[in-house]
Design a binder for this molecule. Structure first.
Ligand code: ADP
Length: 427
């Protein structure tokens, strides 16, 4: 019988960076080369980056990042994004397939470096994601004179103005900076929404994002990317980006093949913690993220796991920006192996060594309904760009069981049961 610890242990040994890193790198490269040659893979491309009409300074940056070939979304989207006259874009591609590079290269290609004013603005749903996008801009733009600045909470000193070509921020802070005249939008010609369905969600960031839209020139190119575009936001996306070129996935194409999905049937809420703790004592996991519904659960489990000797950190939206940055940097460096968090970073975060995602609580939306989109984004924190990973869902009563089944049905995926009482076998 397939079981989660052996699966994850397999993954983590083959990902271990200690003795066999050369072998691992080689394996990842071979797998990637196979996937990029397979027309059915989202990583497939018939072209090279040289064929996509990019400036040679950008090609230098891309090749220095060790990108050899574009992925399918990059190959298809870039020529459309860079064409003149410009057209809006609504682009969908599975998690971890290189959407960021597609819009970052567009921003870097569209700005006029002689004009020192904001010309491309990218909105993301969390400061963590904004910071990650900034890194990609700086890496890809290394051989350009680009100046990029944040518009995230506390990123500007009082009275400071943004004088950068590219601005990356969260919608609330952008609205705030526009109101304070610290961010001048008159030269903005490109507005990108990463995680666009989340940014336009009427229950969440939708209002702020619309305010941002109303403050940029009407002639802007509007670019929307996400792995998911649920039906209820589609009318907003088309209104936001009219007459767009659209690249869509079929409902059956949403899941990433490299991510194995499991579930464990716990006896009750308290048993969940026992199972988690047991799981961590058996596994030689690389890095993992545990998702919970509530901030206090994140803190509580983190305390309990720390008491049991595990190196674990938590991150949620109620923490200070600087504290969040520190936690994320520690986790990214690999100093800390386990991160426990809420939906605040369910989307976009790209850490290649993460090979396990645990849904300690099944994702539900604001109304308590099962949330397949958030599920996809959460498990998509592993299995990045052709890598393999595992996800484990904890269910503990009829309700959580039904919620998981609803998600499974909505996505047409297979979530395999792992008994919680076969620890002997799991060894
Ligand atoms: P998405 O935005 O679709 O979730 P990302 O843009 O974060 O995915 O890309 C996932 C990972 O794949 C990142 O670590 C990125 O550096 C890497 N990547 C993206 N495009 C390529 C490429 N063409 N070749 C190799 N690696 C790539």
């Amino acid at each position: 019988m397939e079981n989660v610890t052996s699966e994850v242990n397999k993954l983590s040994t083959s990902d271990a960076k200690i003795d066999n890193s050369a072998v691992v790198e080689h394996e990842v490269e071979v797998r990637l080369a196979d996937l990029q040659a397979d027309p059915n893979s989202p990583l497939y491309s018939a072209k090279s980056f040289d064929d996509l009409g990019l400036h040679e300074n950008l090609l230098k940056g891309i090749y220095e990042m060790k990108f050899t070939k574009p992925s399918k979304i990059q190959e298809r989207a870039l020529p459309l994004l860079l064409a003149n006259p410009q057209r809006n874009m609504i682009g969908q591609s599975q998690s971890g397939t290189g959407k960021t590079a597609a819009f970052v290269l567009t921003m870097l290609s569209r700005v006029d470096y002689d004009i020192m004013a904001p010309q491309a603005l990218c909105l993301a749903p969390s400061r963590e994601l904004a910071r990650q996008i900034m890194e990609v801009v700086l890496q890809m733009g290394k051989y350009t004179p680009v100046k990029a600045m944040y518009a995230i909470k506390d990123s500007l000193a009082k009275g400071e103005k943004i004088d950068a070509h590219i601005v990356i921020g969260t919608p609330g802070t952008v609205v705030d900076l526009v109101r304070k005249r610290a961010l001048d939008m008159k030269n903005v010609k490109l507005l990108v929404l990463d995680e666009a369905d989340n940014m336009l969600d009427q229950q969440g960031l939708g209002d702020q994002t619309l305010k941002v839209k109303n403050s940029v020139p009407k002639s802007c190119q509007f670019v929307l990317f996400s792995a998911t575009f649920p039906e209820n936001v589609q009318v907003f996306t088309s209104r936001f980006a009219p007459d767009a070129n659209e690249i869509r996935l079929k409902a059956t194409e949403l899941t990433v093949e490299g991510i194995k999905q499991f579930y464990m049937d716990c006896k009750d809420v308290n048993h969940k913690f026992e199972v988690l703790s047991e799981l961590y004592s058996l596994m030689t996991v690389g890095q993992s993220i545990i998702f919970v519904r509530r901030r206090d659960t994140a803190e509580k489990i983190s305390r309990q796991m720390t008491k049991e000797g595990h190196a674990i950190v938590f991150l949620h939206g109620q923490m200070d920006g600087s504290e969040r940055d520190r936690v994320m940097d520690d986790f990214r460096k690999g100093d800390i192996k386990v991160l426990i968090t809420t939906n605040v970073i369910a989307r976009g975060i790209d850490i290649q060594q993460v090979n396990l995602v645990i849904n300690y609580d099944i994702p539900v939306d604001g109304q308590g309904r099962p949330d397949p989109e958030t599920y996809l984004h959460r498990i998509g924190r592993t299995g990045r760009f052709g890598r393999t990973g595992a996800s484990v869902n904890f269910v503990h009563d009829d309700l959580s069981n039904d919620q998981m089944e609803a998600i499974q049905n909505a996505l047409g995926c297979d979530i395999i049961k792992v008994p919680t009482d076969d620890w002997e076998e799991a060894h």
